[in-house]
Every structure is written in C-alpha cells, then in structure tokens.
Design a protein around this ligand. Structure first.
Ligand code: AMP
Length: 281
C-alpha cells in the first residue's frame, strides 16, 4: 500500500504495458472486484493496476454520510490482493487537499440533472478528485462502473472537454442474486428495506421489456414505472425516475438507440440508484 501523494507520484511508469487506475472509496464488494479484474485484463502481465481507496470529502453534501461511510481497510487490502492489483493508493485527506485550495473542476450541464439535482456540488467533487488522481498516478486507462452511469457520462465529458489523456472504460453493474445492484451503502438497509430493494431492478427490466416490445413513448414508460414503484416499493420514497439520452443525459420523448432509464429511491436515509439501457424494438 502507498499512503502518501509524494510516494505515489514518484512511482516510475512501466514500459511494458499500460497503467490502469480503478478509483474507489473502499468498502469493496464484488462490483469493485469486477472493475479491478477488468483493469488487470487491460493492463496485462506487464502493465500496472492501481486501486485508489479514498473517501473523498468534497463529493459529500453537508448532510450526507461522510463520517459514517464504512472504512474496512484491512478487508479491502485483502480483496485488492486477491484480484491481483499491483498498488493500493490510500492517502489521507489532509495530504490530498490543501486547506486553502481554491481550484476545482466544474461540469455545468450533465451534473445538474438526475442525481446532481439533489446533490449540488457532488459531481464537481468527483471530477476534481478524479483529475487529481489522474495527475498523481498518471494512468493510461481508468475504469468506472455503469452503476454510477451519470458519473461515468460526466467523466467521459470532462476527459473530452479538457483533453485529458486517459482512456475511460465502463464496466457492467454487478448485482446481488435478487437483482439489487451491489453498493457499499446496502449495509445501511434494514431487512424489510433490503427485501423491497430488488423491486428497483425488476421495474427497470419491465420497462426495458416494454420498450423492446414496441412502446417507444417515454412518458408512457415512465408513468408505468412510477406506478409500479409506488405500488410495490412501499418503503421507498422516489427521488427521480427519468428516461434520458445516454450521452447528454437530457430527457427524451421517444426511445432511441442510445437511451437510458435511471432512477433513485430513498429507503430511509439510504439512497439507492440503478439504471438500464433501453433499446427500441
Ligand atoms: P465507489 O467506491 O462507490 O465510489 O465506487 C467506485 C467504483 O466502483 C465506481 O466506478 C462505481 O461505479 C463502481 N461500482 C460501484 N458499485 C458497483 C457495482 N455494483 N457494479 C459495478 N461497478 C460498481
């Protein structure tokens, strides 16, 4: 493990293969492991896989769970080793951020939608830490999960708009047997909430099936999904259900070839997100 910015920045690049970064906040589960395994494949034997574990304070809102966020470091290190990562980078917050910092990366379109609407500043925090990690680690490739689809779309946009020389790779969502997307925050759910949480995935699949069967009107699809969630996920409070273009995240009226349904539902104070790519018949 490397735990200072200076030590990480002084690691020499390898000539044989790419450096592949997997940024995480730790509390690693099978979703993160799938990202590390993809990174290993991309890096090959000669390249290097770096997993960063950093609970980034600037992406948490004042009422969010920064202090409570789980930090099982020893177990995380074992998982990284088992998945064949070469380096775990785990810096202290005080080492990453100067107290008088005054420069951030700000994305001003996609960040205002979906999760960004209820988490102001969140994606600026994400873009800023990702750029800092890129500058410290200098990866050739960085791997992100499609579970956080909006985050992936924003990072693709920021890499494009700022000519950041890193290739971005997206990895499919890893799920529990019942369909619930794996998340470090699932540990907050009560048994009753956990029993209802798979309904999110079920509703997404039903919507995708309706779209594939020929229903292209997004208003009809969205209303039907909202109804199903209200009836079946009775412990949940819907934050949003939207059908959007998968690149721009703007709402669309008809399903096209790059469409996405994304949703967020609160169970108590735990906010679960999920999404599915929709294709017309
Ligand atoms: P986090 O530690 O929650 O910041 O997530 C670190 C990375 O893991 C992000 O790129 C996430 O999209 C990805 N990730 C989280 N959960 C999953 C999952 N269930 N399947 C695939 N990737 C995931």
């Amino acid at each position: 493990m490397i735990d200072t910015v200076a030590d990480m920045a002084s690691v020499q690049s390898r000539s044989g293969g790419p450096c592949v970064l997997v940024p995480t906040m730790g509390a690693l589960h099978a979703g993160h492991v799938a990202l590390i395994e993809r990174a290993r494949t991309l890096a090959g034997k000669e390249g290097r896989v770096v997993v960063s574990i950093f609970v980034n304070p600037t992406q948490f809102g004042p009422k969010e769970d920064l202090d409570a966020y789980p930090r099982p470091l020893q177990r995380d290190l074992e998982k990284c080793e088992a998945a064949d990562a070469d380096i775990v980078f785990h810096p202290a917050s005080s080492d990453v951020y100067a107290t008088d910092r005054s420069v951030t990366v700000s994305e001003n379109s996609l960040s205002k939608l979906l999760c960004g609407a209820s988490r102001p500043g969140h994606f600026d925090g994400v873009c800023t830490i990702v750029l800092k990690l890129f500058n410290i680690i200098r990866p050739d490739i960085a791997v992100f999960g499609k579970k956080d689809y909006q985050q992936l779309a924003i990072i693709r946009r920021f890499v494009r708009d700022l000519n950041v020389p890193v290739e971005i790779v997206g990895v499919e969502t890893v799920r529990e047997p019942g369909g619930l997307a794996k998340s470090s925050r699932n540990v907050y759910l009560t048994d009753a909430e956990r029993a209802q949480a798979p309904i999110l995935r079920a509703v997404l699949l039903e919507t995708a099936a309706a779209a594939a069967a020929g229903q292209t009107n997004t208003d009809v699809l969205r209303q039907s999904a909202l109804r199903a969630l209200r009836q079946r996920a009775t412990l949940g409070t819907i934050d949003y259900v939207e059908i959007v273009d998968a690149d721009s995240l703007q709402q669309i009226s008809e399903i096209g070839h790059s469409s996405l349904m994304a949703l967020a539902v609160f169970f108590g104070t735990t906010r679960l997100i999920d999404n599915i790519e929709l294709a017309p018949a």
